[in-house]
Design a protein around this ligand. Sequence first.
Ligand code: IFM
Length: 481
Amino acid sequence: MSTSSNHSDRTRHFPPDFLWGAATASYQIEGATKADGRGPSIWDTFSHTPGAVLNGDNGDIACDHYHRMDEDLDLLAQLGVRAYRFSVAWPRVIPEGTGEVNQAGLDFYRRLVDGLRARDIEPTLTLYHWDLPQPLEDRGGWVVRDTAEAYAVYVEAVARALGDGVERWITLNEPWCSSWLGYGSGHHAPGKHDIGMATAANHHLLLAHGLATPILRDTIRGAKVGITLNLSDHRPGSDDELDVAAARRADGNLNRLFLDPIFHGRYPEDMLEHYCNESPGFSVVREGDLELIAQPLDFLGVNYYSPSTVVDESRATQARMAGYIVATGDQFPDLRLRGLETPGRDRTAMDWEIQAAGLTSLLVRIRDEYTGLPIYITENGAAFNDYVDPNGHVLDLNRVAYLQEHLSAMHDAIAAGVNVQGYFVWSLLDNFEWAFGYSQRFGIVWVDFPTGVRLPKESFRWYRDAVASNTVQYARSPGSH
Ligand code: IFM
């Protein structure tokens, strides 16, 4: 593999055919929530619920990408990326969730796909990035099996309409967020607080993935099918067995509840045991489901932002004495753990610890424990408190450092033999950051939300140069060892 490293300087080369990209998602950028027959989604409902989203923000207008698509495609062309990852909004395509297909909705994505192709950019299409049609939620949402069946019908409609223009298909984005934040902690739409519901949703989302996979393969010749998971590297705050067990629980909930069924065809025993008294919980699993979920894929999408260090909730005092800052609670009390902050480590505006080495160890672990399939980093990036300076520039040097460290960490994984074939920066544009509304800017392009004006940040120029040269100047996060 040509990941040649000239160690006399810090330049690291990526493989010649490495796929560089940028990513967005429908509800976060499109706006136009009532245009051309789009139906309501759970995020329309949730964001209009008082108190659900910071500052009462919503996605009604967002980046107005629906009306500014060409401008955004031109930005991608300027960036020089070979791929663009976007998501299709189910309520644009089937406004009621089931039933009639809305041709105008499909037409919008057809224009997007054609616009990308015209600029030599490969579309990478995510079929579900959290905007479930509200009528389906009214009938039980992801807690019920029917939603997985409805999703399969929706997938076929999209595959038929766009299959000739799109090769790379991602069934779901971060099903952990849809299930555990949506139905467990209530931080995301539909805002439920019920672990039994979250567990059932976890399964039905994976089932939806399993139902969609053969449909994509049967409908589109040569389709490359994958799923995107948000994964992290969970470390115990000490060698104490209670802390080691706490890190294992965190890992079970976030990572293994998804990786094990997809790659090993079973849910992890410790998690089945942990959630065994929840209702409906895993009682919704039917014979044959896991075979569907574990069908062969063409790639795995990995979204990585931050590592996590945890201790057992009973050991908060010891962790403080060891010099950590200890979180006061956890969004999932049943996991009985506390997150730790290492003083002095850099953090993003989301308060997420910056530690790029966690990406390397995560990727090596996936290869060792799960799969040698091609991996795409389908999201990686950071929110910072950006501003436009008096000269009209956004000098987001902290984002440049974050990207540089993470590209370096990804290069370390490639050099260690992990089959990473591409990277999509999150995100092309500042956008609607879910429960944080517009308060968190992840873009490499600044968006002035009142006017919609776009302004490439310094990180845009930096990433453009990395893409063009297919290299990174090697850098490690402070505090790495
Ligand atoms: O903005 C989100 C995205 O929608 C899913 N992955 C994480 C990003 C940052 O929180």
